[in-house]
Write a protein of this length. Structure first.
Length: 153
């Protein structure tokens, strides 16, 4: 029986074009940096899941209207359906105070949240985060990911 994992990754971009990444320290995984995100719950759209995950993981409160799906990716080498929606939110200068509210809420998964310039990203990115960034920056996409374009980056 085939099963599916459907998730979201949230690329939050501030007014200086930096992205928010969490240092992922989940037990039994290599340490990586990733966007906030997680599984989509039943009866939940991608935007609502993105807003919920941002709040659950980083205490950042946004509205679903502030985020937009820009791509879907499927890791076709998995033995199950692994579909992730790439969601983006661009913060403007007036929303900079939101950055002060960001905090680690799941200490067993994240060590910290940090802002990175798009040209100074850490090397050890979570695979889906890497694909989202590669797509956004128009770089080559790993062959094991099938991309479905929603919004031109």
């Amino acid at each position: 029986m085939q099963h599916a994992l459907i998730g979201v990754g949230v690329m939050l971009i501030d007014d200086t074009q930096q992205v928010l990444l969490g240092k992922r320290i989940k037990h039994d995984e290599s340490v990586t940096w990733c966007f906030p995100g997680g599984k989509v719950d039943e009866h939940e759209g991608f935007e609502d899941a993105a807003v919920r995950e941002l709040f659950e993981e980083a205490q950042l409160q946004l509205a679903a209207e502030q985020v937009q799906v820009f791509m879907l990716m499927n890791d076709i080498e998995r033995d199950y359906i692994n579909l992730t929606a790439g969601v983006v939110c661009q913060l403007d200068n007036a929303q900079n105070d939101l950055k002060q509210s960001i905090q680690v809420t799941e200490a067993d998964i994240f060590e910290c949240w940090q802002w990175f310039a798009l040209d100074a990203l850490p090397d050890n990115l979570f695979p889906e985060t890497q694909v989202m960034l590669d797509y956004w920056l128009k770089y080559h996409i790993a062959q094991n990911f099938k991309i479905h374009k929603i919004l031109q980056a």
